[in-house]
Design a protein around this ligand. Sequence first.
Ligand SMILES: [Zn+2]
Length: 132
Amino acid sequence: MEDADLIKQAIESTKKARVLGTDKLGYVGAALISDKNNVFTGVSLDCYCGIGFCAEHSAIAEMVKNGETRIRKIVAATFDGTVLPPCGRCRELMFQLNKENLDTGVIVSKDKKAKLRELLPYPWQERIDVSF
Ligand SMILES: [Zn+2]
């Protein structure tokens, strides 16, 4: 799947949430393609009192619900088309989900992609003995 198609799916995932009429729900959408070529999408929830989560989190939860943890490529974009790099928490989530996700292609802008290992260069887990 081309990067532009995955970006379109991320934007499209926000459409139904946007009908609800608040920027708190679905301001950002995410789409990922797994190593089994399945596409999963999600939207952000940004509520008062610090409650909510990023769009990547809900797309990843949808993937895990379907028994997968390995992400081939992922993108997040606002409802109006701005591609966003993942926040630090999302980068860490992808890594903790499956260490092979260090090779995940992360679309960070409309014309640039990076490997997760480039966005998370010094994993703390390599310094101590932990397993996920
Ligand atoms: Zn995030």
